[in-house]
Design a binder for this molecule. Structure first.
Ligand SMILES: Nc1ncnc2c1ncn2[C@@H]1O[C@H](COP(=O)(O)OP(=O)(O)OP(=O)(O)O)[C@@H](O)[C@H]1O
Length: 243
């Protein structure tokens, strides 16, 4: 009798409990308490330098809180069931297919399973025609599609995206937004930063708004956009600069 594999334990909610991050003698994130729940699309907003990228890195585990705690529901310090995509895709000097295969190999996936997963991923995102192209020679939009597809192939419960379209033109941006929406529709939790207010309105179910390293609003997107509670968020939505 074959025993079915045990399901991966749920890693969400992710809780930051009074988390702060200090570097260079400065407190850059201050006393952030937030719970990231499963199956939602959370957009982190705020002005330049507000701490959006740091918050994402703190959640993902690239940096650790210097005070307070980061708690994954499965009790691990840094879970494997999550992935991050950066503003500028970090691709290897290999083919598109090899870029998708590489982290799967690092995870220890067997070669035949890996081949299947790469083929499924390429097909899922319309990348099959690019499979044998050198990834670094692709356009910026194509490279970001590969980076997102590679992250999806790792079957994350949560995907962190740092300004995933800021270097892209409007049509490439739309393609990436469609990919994000379809990944979210599978139940994968999305946590992303963006400067693009239109994108935030299109993708957010919840908004976390940062101002000078403090989380000053965190609530469902519709009421947030209809009427932010804080003057800082109101000014941000109106396009006014607040430092
Ligand atoms: N390692 C570090 N040492 C010192 N300061 C840092 C470090 N990392 C980030 N900062 C500073 O922390 C602040 C927040 O940075 P962060 O990149 O999170 O901002 P952001 O909201 O993502 O900004 P942007 O919208 O411009 O990308 C900035 O003032 C930045 O210069």
């Amino acid at each position: 009798m074959t025993v079915p594999p045990s399901p991966t334990p749920a890693i969400l909610p992710l809780t930051l409990d009074a988390a702060s991050y200090a570097a260079g003698g400065q407190v850059l994130l201050s006393d952030v308490s937030v719970t990231i729940t499963s199956g939602r699309r959370l957009v982190i907003m705020g002005a330049n330098g507000a701490g959006k990228t740091l918050l994402l890195r703190l959640c993902h585990g690239l940096i650790d809180p210097t005070a307070g705690r980061r708690i994954w529901a499965d009790g691990s310090a840094r879970t494997a069931a999550q992935a991050m995509v950066f503003q500028r895709p970090v691709l290897l000097r290999r083919t598109v297919a090899a870029n998708i295969a590489y982290p799967l190999a690092l995870q220890g996936m067997a070669a035949d399973q890996r081949r299947d997963m790469v083929a499924r991923t390429l097909h899922r995102f319309g990348l099959t025609p690019l499979a044998d192209r050198r990834a670094r020679r692709l356009s910026g939009g194509e490279q970001q599609r590969v980076a997102l597809a590679r992250a999806w192939a790792m079957t994350p419960h949560v995907l962190f995206l740092d300004e995933p379209t800021s270097a892209l033109d409007p049509s490439a941006t739309r393609i990436i937004e469609d990919m994000i929406a379809s990944i979210a529709a599978e139940g994968i939790t999305i946590v992303m930063t963006t400067h693009d207010l239109g994108q935030a309105r299109r993708l957010a179910e919840d908004v976390a708004f940062l101002h000078r390293g403090r989380l000053i609003e965190h609530r469902p997107a519709a009421p947030f956009f209809a009427g932010p509670h804080t003057p800082e968020a109101r000014a941000h939505l109106a396009g006014d600069l607040i430092w």
